[in-house]
Write a protein that binds this ligand. Structure first.
Ligand code: ZN
Ligand code: FE
Ligand code: FE
Ligand code: ZN
Length: 264
């Protein structure tokens, strides 16, 4: 089975195309199930230009339910990509329980006040020790998992997005994060959008995935589409990577309950 669980809608203000066009693209690409996972509302001052407002939240849910009716031949899940940021846990808990979501992706997009995945802010990678930045990022990932608010860890090594990589191995940073992910019963979002960015690599890296396989951490698949043509992009590479590391199943979700299905 092929799924794409990570795609956005125009409500987040930086994605284009009607949700129906994403669903049609999925069918063209031979994908069996999709899920929308637009950027969740966050507290008022948290990154408001990059997400729907709390007032638009019901509109988002309705738009996903509408595509379900418009494209009945495709299985369409209702998901959400929520941020992990210390201090917003109660808000995120309320938002993620307001509607009957099939799954919640949890993502780290900020290290303190630094939106590190925004190209406008990438100069900071040149100024600081990369190993230290990665340590901070993976510490956030560990804490994300420990909240138990999320089902799936979004783009697990997003910190590499612009191609900045420490010269030292990072296994000792990744393993505690992965162990927390496993304890929380979460899956990884094998996210092909890294192929579109300067890191030119799927999230997470092969090494990360090898460690995940050893710890028996499951995966989902997503292209993080912000326009219809992104849906299912890079999936042949993603499936090949997963198989080469020893994965033969992926996870799907309904009403926040996971099930393993054969990959491909
Ligand atoms: Zn986005
Ligand atoms: Fe994200
Ligand atoms: Fe996303
Ligand atoms: Zn994302």
């Amino acid at each position: 089975m092929l799924i794409d669980y990570h795609m956005h809608t125009p409500l987040c203000r930086h994605a284009e195309g009607e949700p129906e066009a994403y669903a049609r693209r999925a069918i063209e690409r031979g994908i069996h199930e999709i899920g929308f996972s637009d950027h969740a509302p966050m507290p008022p001052h948290y990154d408001p230009d990059w997400r729907m407002t709390i007032e638009q939240f019901p509109e988002y849910v309705e738009s996903v339910l509408r595509v379900r009716a418009e494209v009945p031949q495709l299985s369409i899940k209702l998901g959400l990509e929520a941020d992990y940021f210390p201090g917003t846990e109660d808000f995120v808990y309320n938002v993620t329980n307001e509607f009957d979501f099939d799954y919640i992706i949890g993502s780290v997009h900020y290290i303190d006040d630094w939106g590190f995945d925004n190209a406008e802010n990438k100069a900071r990678f040149e100024k600081a020790d990369l190993y230290e930045i990665y340590a901070q990022y993976f510490d956030r990932v560990r804490r994300l998992a420990e909240t138990k608010l999320f089902d799936i860890l979004g783009h697990p090594d997003l910190v590499k997005k612009f191609g900045h990589r420490p010269s030292r191995p990072i296994d000792d940073l990744v393993i505690p994060a992965l162990e927390a992910v496993r304890r929380a019963g979460m899956a990884l979002d094998l996210n092909t959008s890294g192929l579109r960015y300067p890191c030119r690599e799927i999230y997470p890296s092969r090494r990360f995935l090898e460690l995940a396989r050893e710890l028996d951490v499951p995966v989902t698949l997503g292209a993080d589409a912000h326009r219809p043509e992104h849906v299912g992009e890079g999936f042949p590479e993603a499936v090949a990577l997963l198989r080469s590391v020893g994965y033969s199943t992926i996870r799907r979700y309904s009403a926040r309950k996971a099930e393993s299905v054969p990959l491909g």
